[in-house]
Design a binder for this molecule. Structure first.
Ligand code: IDP
Ligand code: MG
Length: 171
């Protein structure tokens, strides 16, 4: 590929595929050796991993992350579970990726999640449902910046985008 081709290629693949979402691999998946399987589901879908780290969830971060359920009776148990091992925090990028990742993960109650989804295939529990995924574009933006500094997020070209997206979907 000559330089001018490469420039055009970069403009095509980088322009409009920029939505980002947060995924956490939860402690049950860490214990059960499912990290690779879960990452693989997102990779095979054609998503781009732009941030990834293993981390322990501090009390304050956990409370902020689960503020919408902090008053529920199960919160104490959930907090203990989420702090029982480190989690893997990931930022995935793609076109309408927030919705796509929620669909890949399946519904909260894993034993009723659709077969083929990550929870539907890999889990049985409500609390221990192997992954977290942001549930709206607004929450995804807040969650990505809660878990990652801008410096920890990477920008790079993914050549497979030429085959993952049609030209009009690349912007
Ligand atoms: P989500 O992860 O599918 O978005 P949320 O309602 O945001 O579901 O709840 C966050 C997490 O809290 C769930 O993934 C699950 O681990 C836990 N959780 C939700 N509801 C219950 C419950 O009724 N009992 C125990 N844990 C729950
Ligand atoms: Mg949620």
């Amino acid at each position: 590929m000559n330089l001018s081709h490469s420039k055009i290629f970069n403009q095509i693949i980088m322009s409009d595929v920029k939505e980002r979402t947060l995924v956490l691999i939860k402690p049950d998946a860490i214990q059960r050796g499912l990290m690779g399987e879960i990452i693989s589901r997102f990779e095979k879908k054609g998503l781009k991993l732009v941030g990834c780290k293993m981390m322990e969830l501090e009390e304050a971060l956990l409370r902020e992350h689960y503020a919408h359920i902090a008053d529920k009776p199960f919160f104490g148990g959930l907090a203990k579970f989420m702090q029982s091992t480190p989690v893997v925090a990931m930022c995935w990028e793609g076109l309408e990726v927030v919705n796509a990742v929620r669909l890949l993960c399946g519904i909260t109650k894993a034993r009723e999640a659709e077969a083929g989804s990550i929870r539907g295939d890999l889990a049985m529990s409500v609390a221990c449902n192997v992954v977290h995924a942001s549930d709206s574009i607004e929450n995804a933006e807040a969650e990505v910046s809660r878990f990652f500094k801008e410096d920890d997020l990477h920008s790079y070209d993914k050549s497979e985008y030429m085959h993952v997206y049609a030209e009009d979907e690349r912007g």
